[in-house]
Ligand binder design. Structure first.
Ligand SMILES: Cc1cc2nc3c(=O)[nH]c(=O)nc-3n(C[C@H](O)[C@H](O)[C@H](O)COP(=O)(O)OP(=O)(O)OC[C@H]3O[C@@H](n4cnc5c(N)ncnc54)[C@H](O)[C@@H]3O)c2cc1C
Length: 402
């Protein structure tokens, strides 16, 4: 393997033309990693947006708050960065885009996700995915007296936090019985319900939105919420429609199915970031996550593997969110876990822990950064824990090792 790597770096057997499709965090990191690893061949980055790569997490936090306006990623890419350039199709050896044809020896797919729309409406509904979306929403929030947010997910709760801080009348509406229902079970998400009232937000759960009009939204059962602005935060899906017919395997939700080295097919095609679904040795099954940390880490692995390494990608996923006066940090992957244990009391800082037998699979920490740091190591190293001792907040998680 070392020979393949050094040959690749000398350009004997490695690629000489790499195309990265997607100018977000994963695309940016992939390109930066290729250069950092010594790749000196042709490097083209195709980005559909008019902006050079930028960070998205601050869009729903500092940028909405007005403390930051520009989140452009700083490293100089040393690449041919094509903005406003959308890839249209992939064929063996070439990407076709709105600007022509880009031949490649290896390609890294990193086209991220697009927000799911509310559909069937004439009213302009705000989504929040791009820096343009964030600036428009920030301006609209300045002038609005009332805001209806559809979806009590990660984005909805962060937007609600900002709108409440501005003293707007905020209503958050979700069809699910608890907030963050797609990410967390009700036994955990239920503890977040009081946070909304504490911030003066009207949270309507079990309430599907059935329509939109110029005055607000109508609700199942005949109710309605009048609001100056409507924000949709009902999730995102992989932006991979352009790959249909390319031979790249797509999951039913549009995710790109890759192997443990993030290689997909056919040929030297790799994938990173929100779009990729990879086989996890640590957690079993295939995983796809929409997290900042994963976008950067998967892009680094994909780039190194393009250069001839054969590095498996097997992270402990990590995600954070600042919402409703709290910092939430999640590590691991709890799908299919056997047991959920609560550590601490929901009126204070607390941590939800998911176990398979004595093995910790995941943790969600609320205002509890030490637990997250420790849980991440315990999960990665598969350290056996006593769930009973771990449930006691007076015992450090690392001291709950069996
Ligand atoms: C408002 C907001 C807040 C967030 N907050 C957090 C947080 O607090 N913590 C956290 O862990 N994660 C957070 N995330 C998630 C995180 O930002 C994403 O997981 C990460 O940006 C994914 O990176 P990516 O490069 O895979 O995709 P993206 O960032 O979506 O980048 C993909 C890029 O590819 C472009 N593209 C799409 N199709 C094409 C095409 N055919 N041709 C060329 N270009 C194309 C897109 O325009 C886009 O610029 C947040 C996301 C948003 C939107």
């Amino acid at each position: 393997m070392e020979d393949a790597v050094s040959d690749g770096l000398r350009g004997v057997r490695g690629p000489r033309r790499v195309v990265v499709v997607g100018g977000g965090l994963a695309g940016h990191t992939a390109a930066a990693t290729l250069r950092a690893e010594g790749y000196d061949g042709g490097l083209t980055v195709l980005g559909a947006e008019p902006h050079p790569p930028y960070d998205r997490p601050p869009l729903s936090k500092e940028l909405l708050a007005g403390t930051v306006d520009d989140t452009t990623l700083k490293d100089d890419l040393d690449a041919d960065l094509r903005l406003r350039c959308r890839a249209l199709s992939l064929r063996p050896g070439t990407v076709e885009s709105t600007e022509g044809v880009h031949p490649y020896d290896a390609v890294i797919l990193a086209t991220g996700s697009s927000p799911i729309g509310l559909g069937g409406t004439s009213r302009a509904v705000h989504a929040l995915r791009t820096v343009g979306d964030a600036r428009r929403l920030r301006a609209a929030l300045r002038d609005a007296a009332s805001v209806a947010i559809v979806g009590a997910g990660w984005i909805g709760s962060e937007v609600a936090t900002r709108a409440a801080a501005l003293d707007r009348k905020v209503t958050v509406i979700d069809a699910a019985p608890t907030p963050l229902a797609r990410a967390l079970p009700g036994a955990v998400g239920g503890h977040l319900v009081p946070w909304y009232a504490e911030q003066g937000i009207d949270l309507r759960l079990n309430t599907p939105v059935t329509g939109l009009d110029d005055r607000g939204v109508s609700l199942a059962g005949g109710g309605r919420v009048d609001a100056d602005i409507v924000v949709a935060g009902i999730g995102a899906r992989p932006d991979t429609g352009w790959l249909r017919g390319s031979g790249v395997p797509l999951a039913p939700d549009g995710a790109v199915d890759a192997d443990a080295a993030l290689r997909t097919g056919p040929g030297a095609v790799y994938a990173a970031g929100d779009i990729v679904r990879w086989p996890s040795r640590l957690f079993g099954g295939r995983i796809r996550v929409e997290h900042w940390d994963h976008a950067a880490a998967s892009a680094q692995t994909a780039a190194r593997n393009v250069l001839g390494h054969v590095e498996p990608y097997d992270p402990v996923p990590y995600f954070w969110s600042d919402q409703l006066g709290h910092r939430l940090q999640y590590v691991g992957h709890h799908d299919g876990a056997e047991r959920l244990v609560l550590r601490g009391h929901p009126s204070d800082s607390w941590t939800a822990l998911w176990f398979d037998g004595r093995r910790l699979r995941a943790a969600l920490a609320v205002d509890n950064p030490r637990d997250v740091r420790e849980a991440r190591r315990l999960i990665a190293d598969r350290v056996p824990l006593s769930a009973e001792r771990a449930a006691d907040p007076a015992v450090r998680l690392t001291d709950a090792a069996d």
